[in-house]
Design a protein around this ligand. Structure first.
Ligand SMILES: [Zn+2]
Length: 348
C-alpha cells in the first residue's frame, strides 16, 4: 500500500467511525412521512424547488430567509416557533441560520440540502456577517441530514461543484498553518500536528481521487463530495477548530465577498484557493485541473481586475483588523505585476 492510499484509508475511517457528525441518510423525500408539527426554514427559491417533494410534512409555519447580517438574525431569534420540530431545506445560508434558530429555541432539526455547496449541514457553528467579515458563533449541528438525489439533481451541477471548496481549502490552509508554526506565532489552540495535517491531506487526496465520479454528479459522485466534506468537519471537530481547513483562502473570500455579494461561498473560496496558492508559491496546476474537471466556477460573475486589485491591496490590514489567524496575508506585499500573473493563471 502506498502512503497516499494509507492516508486515504485513514481519512475514510473518519467518516465511517465518525463521532461528532449528524446522522447522514439518503432518502426519498416524497415518500417520507413526519406527522409532527413542523417549522420549515428555507429560502424562496429552495422552497419552490422542494415543494413537490414535501407533501408528507405537517408544515405549520414557514420562515423564508432573506438576509444574513447580525441585525436580521437577532430579529429572527426573538420569534420562538410553536412547532414541535424544525426542517431546513436549502443551501448553506438557510441551513446555517436554521441551525442557529434551532439552537436558540432548543429544537430538533433536520437539514435537507438542495445543494452540496458548503460544509454547513455538518457543522455546529453559524457564520455571521458583520463589519465586512464573517465570524462564527456557536449553534447546533443538525440532528440528521437527509439527502434526496432527485431533489439535489434539481440544482445546477456547478453549484454542487462549489462544495468542493471547503475541502480543497485544505491545500492552502495547511500551508498557512505550517507557516504560523514556523514563525512561532501559532496560538495556544492551534498547535501544529503532523498527524492531523496528514489526515487533512488524506481527505484532500480522497476528494481529488474521486474527480471523475464527482464530474458526473451521479449519486456516487455527490456521495464522494458529501463524504469529503463530512470527514473534513469530523477532523476539525476532533482537533478543536477549523485550522486544518480554513486559512488565507477563506480570509480572501471573506474580504472579497462584500464586493461580490451575489456569489456562493464555494465560488469565492475556489477563487481564494487559487489566489492564495500563488501568493504561497504553491503549485497551482493540481487544484486548477481538479476544479476544471468537476466544473467548479472560480471566476464569479462581476469579478474584475479592479476588484482583485483592491482586495489584494487591503489584505494585510484586513486580516489584522479582524484578528484572523496567521496566514501568508500577514506577510503579503502588494505587487502590481503579480496581479497580472494571477489574472493570467485564472484565465489559462
Ligand atoms: Zn468555508
Amino acid at each position: 500500500m502506498s502512503s497516499k492510499e494509507g492516508f486515504n484509508r485513514l481519512a475514510v475511517n473518519l467518516f465511517e467511525k465518525a463521532r461528532t457528525l449528524p446522522k447522514i441518510e439518503w432518502i426519498d423525500l416524497a415518500t417520507f412521512y413526519d406527522p409532527r408539527s413542523t417549522v420549515l426554514v428555507t429560502t424562496p427559491s429552495a422552497d419552490k424547488q422542494s415543494s413537490p417533494f414535501c407533501h408528507n410534512f405537517n408544515i405549520v409555519e414557514r420562515i423564508n430567509i432573506t438576509g444574513g447580517d447580525a441585525a436580521y438574525i437577532e430579529n429572527l431569534q426573538k420569534k420562538r416557533s410553536g412547532a414541535e420540530v424544525m426542517y431546513t431545506v436549502g443551501g448553506g445560508r438557510a441551513i446555517d441560520l436554521a441551525r442557529l434558530l434551532a439552537y436558540t429555541w432548543n429544537m430538533d432539526i433536520t437539514a435537507v440540502p438542495t445543494i452540496i455547496s458548503t460544509d454547513s449541514p455538518f457543522v455546529d457553528c453559524t457564520g455571521v456577517r458583520e463589519d465586512g467579515c464573517v465570524h462564527y458563533i456557536k449553534s447546533k449541528k443538525a440532528d440528521r441530514v437527509f439527502l434526496d438525489f432527485s431533489l439535489l439533481k434539481k440544482s445546477p451541477d456547478a453549484l454542487h461543484a462549489g462544495g468542493a471548496g471547503d475541502v480543497l481549502s485544505i491545500y492552502t490552509a495547511l500551508s498557512d498553518w505550517k507557516l504560523a508554526s514556523d514563525r512561532q506565532v501559532a496560538k495556544a489552540d492551534e498547535p501544529y500536528s503532523i498527524a492531523v495535517a496528514d489526515q487533512a491531506q488524506g481527505i484532500l487526496d480522497y476528494l481529488m481521487a474521486n474527480r471523475s465520479e464527482i464530474h458526473t454528479m451521479s449519486q456516487r459522485g455527490l456521495e464522494s463530495l458529501v463524504k469529503a466534506l463530512a470527514m473534513e468537519v469530523e477532523l476539525c471537530n476532533l482537533y478543536g477548530n477549523s485550522r486544518p481547513e480554513e486559512g488565507g483562502e477563506h480570509f480572501f473570500a471573506y474580504a472579497i465577498e462584500p464586493r461580490l455579494p451575489h456569489t456562493t461561498h464555494g465560488e469565492l473560496v475556489g477563487l481564494g484557493i487559487l489566489v492564495t496558492s500563488l501568493i504561497q508559491y504553491q503549485k497551482l496546476q493540481p487544484v486548477l485541473e481538479f476544479m476544471n474537471t468537476i466544473g467548479m466556477n472560480y471566476r464569479p460573475k462581476g469579478f474584475t481586475r479592479a476588484i482583485l486589485d483592491e482586495t489584494l491591496r487591503g489584505m494585510p490590514s484586513y486580516v489584522n483588523r479582524h484578528g484572523l489567524r496567521y496566514s501568508v496575508w500577514n506577510e503579503y506585499c502588494y505587487n502590481k505585476k503579480q496581479v497580472s500573473e494571477i489574472l493570467d493563471a485564472l484565465n489559462s
